[in-house]
Design a protein around this ligand. Structure first.
Ligand SMILES: *Cc1c(COP(=O)(O)O)cnc(C)c1O
Length: 504
């Protein structure tokens, strides 16, 4: 009934910079960035009451995702949206649990008690007594990395892929998705879009360095005709600059219908809101509140938690964790936001968080300035002029219980070792970053840590920590030996444009 009402209210999207008319979800999905350079945000945050959440308690992930996503999408028929949610959150697509968790002593989670949970909650240090599972450490991992590329980005991108296919099919359009990746985004996007009608993917990655052998093999071994891997003789930043130049050239962009799936796309944030609700429902019995810790790079995942909280989810505290690239930690501790440049960016053992700026922070700042686009533009003007801005103490936290911290390489190694020794569970370096930061502050319970990748994606670091390599599920054995399909090119915008023109 409430949902029916909200649907009639029409959810529109506005730009954080206020320079464009409001648009509907479908446009936001295909556009990515707003034409005024801002990010699209929903016009308001739908509120979810305690009674509503109580009704959601026993829903499967696919049904819960439909309920929540319906609050943000009013231009896709409900029956179709429901189909898309069911197709996306099919347990068969999120079945790649780490082998040590399958039937091992650390298996078991609140929820429906099976791997069908899409994002199962794994209590660390739990005990099972008389068939009952008792969380005894108060610390849990939300397993977000059971999808096809073993990173949390699958949860959102699998949905985006299916939404693209539907909307493009309806409009009789096609799309050339152009992106740059230094790690998990590329493979998650390619697995979400492979074989999809009307979509080509051109994914740029640095030819040398950065990604692990596993990550490279995941992308380059795809043989689908619509997937084009381009290894650039240059850095990740050069890859990103090429994408930007091509996307900013309006005539080329229009003619070749260039689209993006980067984390500035609202649909990705929207899909991520769902698992914060799911985690809360799995961790609590009737009511109560929970704490979340999120390893952060572009602030997409953490922003989804902020939105869930604005919708009424009882989140007691949110911990933002960074690695040595601590732009976000500095912001949350001091109010100063100062993006870095390439030379100041550290290459770390949690490479998916090696960022120079946190693009999604603009969405959060929009709420900090009480959704005043003029104020937002003033801050971004300072950013352009001085390279940084400072938010005064008085308005620093729309959301007061946000904490932050950073970890170093040795912190992460120690945490991986500690969690393995104490709980028999292997974690990846990104998840270790969040646990390390949580442990360095005052622990609040229940604490739910976002597990953003599986350890076998970062085997070298895990071996350095515990002395052996994490196992792989059968599906991934010999991945690095499969034939690879990749074109090596110079960092040259014209060359890339010709490649796109030829293959689209
Ligand atoms: C992308 C990624 C992150 C960072 O997520 P953001 O939404 O960019 O903050 C963290 N961990 C892993 C494993 C990732 O792939």
């Amino acid at each position: 009934c409430t949902i029916g009402l909200l649907r009639k209210l029409n959810m529109k999207y506005i730009s954080t910079r206020g320079g464009v008319p409001e648009v509907s979800f479908r446009e936001v999905l295909l556009a990515g960035l707003a034409p005024d350079g801002g990010l699209y945000v929903p016009e308001y945050y739908p509120k979810v009451s305690g009674e509503q959440m109580a009704k959601w308690r026993d829903l499967s992930y696919e049904d819960l995702s439909f309920e929540i996503i319906s609050l943000f999408v009013d231009d896709i028929p409900p029956a179709t949206l429901k189909e898309i949610c069911s197709k996306t959150y099919d347990p068969k697509k999120f079945r790649y649990r780490a082998p040590e968790r399958v039937g091992g002593r650390s298996t078991g989670f609140v929820g429906d008690g099976s791997v069908n949970d899409i994002t199962p909650l794994l209590w660390l240090g739990q005990t099972r007594r008389r068939g009952q599972t008792k969380p005894d450490s108060g610390l849990a991992l939300l397993e977000l990395s059971n999808g096809p590329t073993l990173a949390f980005k699958d949860v959102a991108l699998q949905l985006v892929g299916n939404l693209f296919e539907y909307v493009l099919g309806e409009n009789g359009q096609m799309l050339n998705v152009l992106g740059a990746t230094s790690g998990d985004t590329g493979s998650a996007a390619e697995y979400a879009l492979r074989g999809k009608r009307g979509i080509n993917v051109f994914m740029l990655s640095p030819h040398a360095g950065g990604m692990s052998a596993f990550q490279k093999a995941q992308m380059y071994s795809l043989q689908d005709a619509n997937i084009h891997n381009i290894a650039i003789r240059g850095t990740f930043d050069e890859c990103q600059d090429i994408v930007k130049s091509v996307a900013e050239e309006a005539p080329f962009r229009e003619e070749y219908r260039i689209g993006a799936v980067n984390s500035m796309n609202w649909a990705r944030i929207m899909a991520q809101i769902v698992y914060y609700f799911k985690a809360y429902l799995a961790a609590t019995k009737d009511d109560g509140s929970v704490n979340f810790a999120v390893p952060s790079g572009n602030f997409g995942n953490a922003h989804a938690c902020h939105v869930a909280r604005m919708m009424g989810l009882p989140v007691d505290s949110l911990t933002i964790a960074t690695n040595e690239n601590d732009v976000l930690d500095v912001f949350f501790r001091t109010g100063v936001y100062r993006p870095r440049n390439q030379a100041e960016t550290h290459i770390t053992s949690s490479p998916s968080m090696d960022i120079a700026k946190a693009s999604n922070l603009e969405r959060f700042m929009f709420d900090v300035v009480s959704r005043d686009p003029g104020e937002l533009c003033r801050y971004w003007g300072l950013l352009k002029k001085d390279g940084s801005f400072k938010v005064p103490e008085s308005m620093r936290y729309v959301n007061p219980r946000i904490r932050s911290g950073m970890s170093t390489h040795s912190d992460r190694l120690e945490t991986i070792k500690h969690i393995y020794k104490e709980h028999g569970t292997l974690i990846d370096p990104h998840t270790a970053d969040a646990i390390s930061v949580v442990h360095s502050g005052i622990l609040r319970f229940p604490m739910i840590v976002m597990e953003t990748a599986q350890p076998c994606k970062f085997a070298d670091t895990v071996r350095e920590a515990v002395g052996f390599e994490p196992q792989r599920r059968d599906f991934f054995r010999g991945l690095e030996d499969l034939p690879q399909r990749v074109t090596v090119m110079d960092p040259d915008v014209e060359g890339i444009k010709m490649f796109i023109a030829k293959h689209s």
